[in-house]
Ligand binder design. Structure first.
Ligand SMILES: [Zn+2]
Length: 426
């Protein structure tokens, strides 16, 4: 069998046939001849008029240990629709790519699952090439259809580059929190751009948007989508309560250091002995994770820490009860009881004499209506909560250090519900 016949049978390149095979020091070079006479622009327009010709190489999937390249003479055309000279579209590669579709699909499939160094090493290409490939393939998969049929959405900011830069991310609550849109920035203008892209028709169909407690996204929603019910995402409420509890812990520590018995929420004062003070310090110091963790997931030692706080009627136990009672809001059997539960909580907490908790109650009171709206509309188990950790994972795998464009592509790939098939999966 001739080498060209063998490669024709092996590679099965769509729209072309193998006319030569060269074994060079760089690897195997397979010369192709395009079958189509007509030149097709990436925009879809086609012609028979050739503007000029040139040779181009594409990296294809490896042949054993050897790198494999496809080489073909391709033509440029003057596209009437694009109004400029463009390179013709070939069936085996995406426009402007130096890799074949199969190669790019494998890289992207891997990028969805593993870290950047592994992908670059396995595929023998550079980090920059991995990023460029992912961006190109995701652009191929992301279309405007994802913006259709949006009813309940969530908006959140996510940080990258160690918290120096921000993205605004929009997710669809009705599709398990799949990301439908992302852009740079975290101000009102960033979200307004989303509503603009959606257009008035699709904005009218929106019913609810869940947000954080900041003013930027609320402002953008008020101006661009005034009819939409604004909700506060439950995880922002819980995070705020955790912050307040952590502040309380530091406050209690300072109180203990100054010899003031912070363990007394009802105002009785007494001076602890030295040993007792030492025990208090230890108690406060060791309580951090026990206080912040979900009670259902506590370790035995953490249960003991909490039990000690409870028995000594420590101020931190009071703070803990306040936090858990607020979390109960999202665990009610009957959502109709939410308003009553929240009001009782507010009345109790604003009189608790723990500064951070009083402040928390004031913030919660300000957002009461939107917090209750989230429960009423069933957005109380937010799908967005996992988004931040997904993006942290993307960063951790080495994809978050470069441009916002590359990171956004990775977010669509890993959190946007995109399915990339391997060339071997048909
Ligand atoms: Zn064109």
């Amino acid at each position: 069998m001739r080498a060209t016949t063998a490669f024709n049978k092996m590679l099965v390149i769509e729209g072309a046939s193998v006319r030569a095979v060269d074994f060079t020091c760089r690897g195997v070079e397979v010369g192709l001849r395009l079958r189509a006479r007509r030149l097709r622009c990436p925009c879809g327009w086609s012609t028979r008029a050739v503007y000029d010709r040139s040779r181009r190489r594409w990296r294809h999937l490896d042949l054993g240990a050897a790198k494999l390249f496809l080489v073909a003479e391709i033509r440029r055309l003057h596209c009437r629709r694009c109004g400029r000279v463009r390179t013709e579209q070939v069936p085996w590669a995406r426009p402007d790519a130096w890799f074949t579709r199969d190669f790019e699909d494998v890289v992207t499939w891997l990028a969805q699952r593993t870290d950047k160094t592994t992908v670059a090493t396995l595929m023998r290409c550079s980090w920059a090439a991995v990023a460029a490939i992912v961006t190109r393939v995701v652009a191929d998969h992301v279309d405007d259809a994802r913006l259709e049929d949006l009813y309940r959405i969530g908006v959140d900011e996510v940080s990258y580059r160690k918290g120096h830069r921000y993205l605004t991310v929009v997710a669809d609550h009705d599709r398990d929190g799949a990301v439908v849109w992302a852009a740079e920035g975290k101000d009102a203008a960033a979200l307004e751009a989303f509503y603009d892209q959606l257009g008035p028709e699709r904005v009218r169909r929106l019913q609810a948007v869940s947000l954080d407690m900041g003013s930027a996204y609320a402002k953008a929603t008020r101006t661009k989508a005034p009819q939409v019910t604004r909700c506060i995402d439950p995880f922002h409420v819980v995070a705020l309560a955790n912050d307040a509890l952590d502040t309380t812990r530091r406050w209690a520590w300072n109180q203990a250091r100054q010899g003031r018995p912070a363990a007394d929420p009802r105002g009785r004062r007494r001076h602890p002995l030295k040993a007792e003070r030492h025990a208090r310090f230890r108690q406060i110091k060791h309580s951090r994770w026990a206080l912040l963790k979900d009670p259902a997931r506590l370790k035995d030692s953490q249960h003991t820490v909490l039990e000690e706080l409870r028995r000594s009627r420590h101020v931190l136990w009071r703070g803990y009860e306040i936090k858990e009672s607020l979390r109960d809001l999202y665990r009610l059997d009957h959502p109709a009881d939410a308003a009553r539960h929240l009001d009782a909580w507010l009345a109790r907490t604003c009189r608790c004499r723990i500064p951070a908790m009083v402040k928390l109650s004031q913030t919660i009171r300000k957002h009461r209506e939107h917090i209750l709206a989230a429960i009423e509309l069933g957005l109380s188990n937010s799908k967005l909560e996992g988004l931040n950790s997904k993006i942290r994972l993307i960063n951790h795998r080495g994809y978050g250090h470069h441009s916002a464009t590359a990171l956004i592509a990775m977010i669509y790939l890993c959190a946007g519900g995109i399915t990339v098939s391997l060339p071997t999966q048909t």
